[in-house]
Write a protein that binds this ligand. Structure first.
Ligand SMILES: NC(=O)c1ccc[n+]([C@@H]2O[C@H](COP(=O)([O-])OP(=O)(O)OC[C@H]3O[C@@H](n4cnc5c(N)ncnc54)[C@H](O)[C@@H]3O)[C@@H](O)[C@H]2O)c1
Length: 332
């Protein structure tokens, strides 16, 4: 679906983290719906390094960009030379997705350097060019505060990832206090799932992981007792929010969720509609900082940005199953 009327002809769009899940979906959205726009992807891609927990240190993957016809720049947002490359580009909009997106990383210095400090440098560059900045914040900023989660209330992150995202928002708040019209919009994504997330591996959504377990052996594992609730949001609605945000009349920080919390057991019910009954075993949760209940208060996102989520859990999963089956076939 096309979300804005403007053709964006002659405009240049920079997407940091464009080889990742959300960034690559944005890149293809612009390629398909705004073909007269120049799209530049900037990403570190993955190398052979892993965090102590075993996940790759960056999750971008070339396969997410097969068919992308825009420009690709390989670089690290934390590297001064690569930042100079960004500063030398001309662009009208930047969608900043690059980050350590793995919420289990414990190296506080590294997460702050990449998620907060590098963001400030890119924000400076964007502001010097009067480019619009739309950046990825997170529901992780709320930690375990009671749902529904409203921007400005209960911002008590439980891990360094959530803290780094909150610091991004706090830095932006300071700028917006002096200049509310500054074109900077932060989007606090809740639990995103959908096409092109496969290469996130163990950090991909539970929807993908559970569906693959069902296809694999008709058995799934959930943390006891599957009633933890999250605001699951389909990638298409995240793209919509980004598109609405690029035309916002003022800067701000907004929640991006469906606006309703659903449980992991609800995911099971959706999968059973497709695959029939299967075995579910409940295991102990090893994470101290697991969020038990998140739900986005999206009133302001609706009124200020004109955002209107289109996919509930049932329809999002139904849409996504085609790709999940293709992934499964590729693995076997
Ligand atoms: N997926 C979700 O559910 C979710 C929820 C809340 C917030 N977010 C945020 O949204 C953004 C996109 O998330 P995603 O799910 O697409 O994750 P992702 O890991 O697939 O994408 C992040 C991309 O950034 C790149 N990257 C990492 N470090 C980099 C660096 N130093 N320099 C250049 N590129 C670098 C990675 O290679 C990757 O392609 C992230 O900022 C993430 O924190 C995601």
């Amino acid at each position: 679906m096309k979300y804005i009327k403007d053709t964006l002809e002659g405009k240049t769009i920079l997407i940091t983290g464009g080889a990742g899940f959300i960034g690559s979906n944005l890149a293809f959205y612009f390629q398909n719906h705004h073909p007269k726009t120049q799209v530049i992807v900037f990403d570190k891609f993955r190398d052979s390094n892993t965090f102590p927990g075993g996940n790759p240190t960056s999750l971008g993957h070339f396969k997410n960009l097969i068919g992308f016809e825009g420009k690709i720049i390989v670089g690290d947002i934390h590297n001064p030379n690569d930042l100079r490359t960004i500063a030398n580009l001309e662009f009208d909009y930047v969608f900043h997705q690059a980050a350590i997106s793995d919420t289990t990383v414990l190296d506080q210095e590294l997460v702050m350097q990449i998620n907060h400090k590098a963001f400030l440098n890119i924000l400076d560059i964007a502001m010097s060019k009067q480019a619009v900045m739309v950046y990825a914040s997170s529901a992780g900023t709320y930690g375990n505060s009671p749902a529904p989660n409203t921007v400005g209330i209960g911002e008590k992150p439980e891990n360094i990832y959530g803290f780094s995202k909150l610091q991004m928002d706090e830095s932006v708040r300071k700028i917006l206090k002096n200049n509310p019209k500054a074109p900077i919009v932060g989007l606090r994504y809740f639990n995103v799932y959908g096409e092109r997330e496969f290469y996130k591996g163990k950090t991909a959504s539970m929807i993908l992981q559970l569906a693959l377990q069902v296809l694999e052996n008709k058995k799934v594992k959930l943390f006891e007792f599957g009633e933890q609730k999250r605001d699951f949001i389909y990638i298409e609605d995240v793209i919509q929010a980004n598109l609405k945000a690029m035309n916002a009349s003022k800067g701000g920080i907004y929640n991006v969720g469906y606006g309703k919390a659903r449980s992991y057991n609800d995911i099971i019910k959706c999968l059973e509609l497709e695959f029939g009954k299967f075995e579910v075993s409940y295991i102990k949760n090893p994470y101290k900082f697991f969020q038990n209940h998140t739900q986005a208060d999206i009133k302001d996102t609706i009124s200020d940005l004109g955002y209107q989520p289109q996919y509930d859990l049932e329809s999002g999963i139904r849409n996504y199953l085609k790709e999940i089956k293709t992934i499964y076939e590729g693995l076997n």
